[in-house]
Ligand binder design. Structure first.
Ligand code: PA5
Length: 427
């Protein structure tokens, strides 16, 4: 379902280097499967697919559809793993200009007062026919106490209560089963609640209500998304060579001084997916002075900003291309008006074919510039293939990070900024 081509990067390694890394990745996979690695209490994201809860998916689907059909604005209030997965899938699959269901807005992922003020003004603005916007707010926080999300929730919750008599029906909370301030608010107010399983960490939670509800509200089939993830789970339980080989390659490149992995795609819809991978890998691997810094670039856009560096700058880069082999809606280059723009040689060509050639040309040039490149292929972009890609990167993260000898499932470093911030805020 998901294919990886590592051959262009493999040639940067000797057989010995690759074989050594391969044995570490094989052990990483064993540790993951047999729950013998550090942090093995956090493998619930695998159990979700081993024993899918189809009732929960159906319930979320039904609620998502109801909101999709009746609401003007749906606000997702969360940060990190509590919003990046939903955003990744929605941006990948919801056509940007086709009106379909509510406008999905995000909040709670920063602390800009200007943004919130503007958001409130926008929410208050009547629709074109003069009527009031119908709004639903979904606050998502596993801990229930993350400052960015909690502050935005305070503002948005107050707004919903002031504006709507049925405010309680318009606020949906996704959080841990118990504990955290958010649970106290839920108990007091009676908001509808969805549970984030305790053994699924934030960045691994997109296939729980954290991601599934907003994705369903966006009109995307969460049943197909989930099915894609489950099928890939089964495929990779049978044979995970693709994951082990990719993890071995990345580990060996890391040992040879590669410090940056640029996740990129020539499909702009996948830019947010790159950001989801960035968090998944970044928070999992960047510990104990180890890890490759994951970053994201959108091509061909960023060839006009980062292209020079990638081609010719410090040689510590690695690139991962997310490639969609067959794209849907095709557009061809029209005949020109009479002003002679010099593009007649492309007349009648499909944009996808032009984009693919730009991609092949870029890969060729960057390989010549000594950049190791891996291409990850989705046959096409749909809910099933995106579900498959989600699980592919989840298991890849577990295997790769175990191969570095690190616990992928904690994030002790994130606490340090929080401590300093709370001290300065006088908490
Ligand atoms: O992966 C993680 O654990 C983090 O990125 C969290 O998702 C993020 O910090 C938000 O935390 P919470 O859901 O508790 O508000």
């Amino acid at each position: 379902m998901i294919k990886a081509n590592i051959s262009r990067a493999r040639k940067f390694l000797t057989d010995q280097e690759y074989i050594h890394a391969h044995s570490l990745a094989t052990k990483g996979l064993d540790d993951l499967r047999h729950r013998t690695g550090p942090g093995s209490a956090w493998l619930g994201w695998r159990d979700l697919l081993e024993k899918p809860d189809s009732d929960l998916v159906a319930q979320l689907n039904q609620l998502g559809k109801k909101i999709h059909d009746s609401v003007d604005v749906f606000i997702v209030c969360g940060i990190g793993g509590s919003y990046l997965g939903a955003k990744a899938v929605i941006d990948a699959l919801k056509p940007p200009f086709t009106p379909n269901g509510p406008e999905i807005l995000f909040a709670g992922y920063h602390m800009s007062g200007a943004y919130l003020k503007d958001l409130l003004q926008y929410l208050k603005m009547p629709k074109a026919d003069g009527s009031k916007k119908s709004i639903v707010l979904n606050v998502i926080s596993k801990s229930g106490s993350t400052l960015e999300t909690a502050l935005s929730f305070r503002v948005l919750r107050k707004f919903i209560h002031e504006e709507f008599e049925d405010a309680v029906e318009r606020i949906i909370c996704t959080t841990s089963e118990r504990g955290g301030v958010l649970n106290e608010v839920i108990d007091k107010e009676g908001y509808q609640k969805f549970i984030i399983p305790s053994d699924v960490g934030g960045r691994f939670s997109v296939l729980t209500p954290v991601g599934l509800l907003p994705i369903a509200v966006a009109g995307i089939s969460i049943e197909e998304l989930f099915e894609g993830a489950v099928s890939n789970y089964k495929i990779l339980e049978e044979n995970a060579d693709v994951v082990v080989e990719y993890a071995a390659l990345r580990n060996a490149l890391h040992s040879k001084g590669i410090t940056i992995d640029i996740f990129t795609s020539f499909e702009p819809e996948l830019l947010s997916f790159g950001r989801w991978i960035q968090q998944l890998l970044g928070e999992s691997e960047g510990k104990d002075g180890k890890g490759i810094f994951p970053t994201v670039a959108g091509f061909s856009t960023d060839l006009h900003s980062l292209g020079q560096f990638i081609q010719d700058g410090t040689r510590s880069l690695f690139e991962t291309f997310l490639v969609v082999d067959q794209v849907g809606a095709q557009l061809s280059v029209p005949s020109s008006l009479d002003f002679g723009d010099g593009l007649d040689y492309l007349e009648g060509d499909f944009f996808h074919s032009i984009n693919s050639k730009a991609e092949s040309g870029t890969i060729e040039a960057h390989c010549e510039g000594q950049v190791p490149i891996v291409t990850i292929h989705l046959s096409e972009l749909n809910a099933k293939s995106v579900g498959a890609l989600i699980y592919f990167y989840q298991i890849f993260t577990g295997v790769f990070v175990y191969s570095l000898g690190i616990n992928p499932f904690n994030q002790p470093g994130v606490e340090d900024y929080k401590k300093a911030m709370y001290r300065l805020l006088g908490k």
